[in-house]
Design a protein around this ligand. Structure first.
Ligand code: SF4
Ligand code: SF4
Length: 208
């Protein structure tokens, strides 16, 4: 039998909505996987109203909108969800979370998807938000606080150094006006912070 199309799968998944208060059928393993992680329980509550998508400032940059992502999770579309750019374009602004009529903590769900994508090695290469997140963690781990010039240097090295060229005049202006420190400051007891970061990485956080 031919496998169901993406649209058919979404349609079946969206049909699992629990607006009537009934228990959704865990028809697909991915749905079970997401809802079992703290922050992922909200997928059972969604009524597909689209308020999250209408509120999201970055929805137009996403491969799949927030409303669509939940339908795809319910449809068991693990690969398509985890290889998409949607969660990486989430700015954690919480608009979707405060406006959702069903109380879905959507921002938390985005973090669940980021972690699953990272752990499953399905985050695409050249993923700029992920490169920024990794650069942030690396610089924090090294100095104990963010040093913007170093972080941006690492970020552009990881993505495309040439794209930094148009920003050079801005960087020079910030440096000459003392708005961008040339050298990083290190915190005291940096080893303690590194222990925390290492533990977070062992638990599945973003790492090298
Ligand atoms: S606003 Fe809430 S209920 Fe509506 S589609 Fe988004 S997550 Fe689902
Ligand atoms: S928290 Fe993320 S998904 Fe929600 S509205 Fe903001 S950017 Fe969009």
């Amino acid at each position: 039998m031919a496998s169901a199309s993406i649209e058919e799968k979404i349609e079946r998944g969206a049909g699992l909505a629990t607006a009537d208060g009934g228990e959704p059928k865990a028809e697909y393993g991915f749905l079970e996987e997401v809802r079992s992680i703290p922050g992922g329980e909200g997928v059972d509550l969604c009524i597909q109203c689209g308020t999250c998508t209408g509120s999201c400032p970055n929805a137009n940059e996403m491969d799949h909108t927030p409303r669509e992502l939940i339908a795809m999770i319910r449809a068991g579309m693990r690969d398509q969800v985890l290889s998409s750019n949607s969660m990486w374009y989430c700015a954690s602004c919480y608009l979707c979370t405060v406006r959702c009529p069903r109380g879905v903590k959507y921002t938390d769900l985005m973090y669940v998807l980021k972690n699953l994508a990272w752990q499953s090695k399905m985050a695409k290469r050249g993923n700029r938000p992920l490169a920024m997140a990794r650069s942030f963690v690396d610089v924090l781990n090294r100095f104990g606080r963010v040093h913007e010039a170093t972080m941006l240097g690492v970020y552009y090295f990881r993505t495309n150094p040439l794209t930094a060229l148009p920003l050079a005049p801005i960087g020079i202006g910030l440096l000459t006006h003392g708005r961008l420190p040339l050298f990083p400051h290190r915190i005291k007891n940096q080893a303690q912070l590194q222990t925390i970061v290492r533990k977070a990485q062992e638990l599945g956080g973003i790492s090298q």
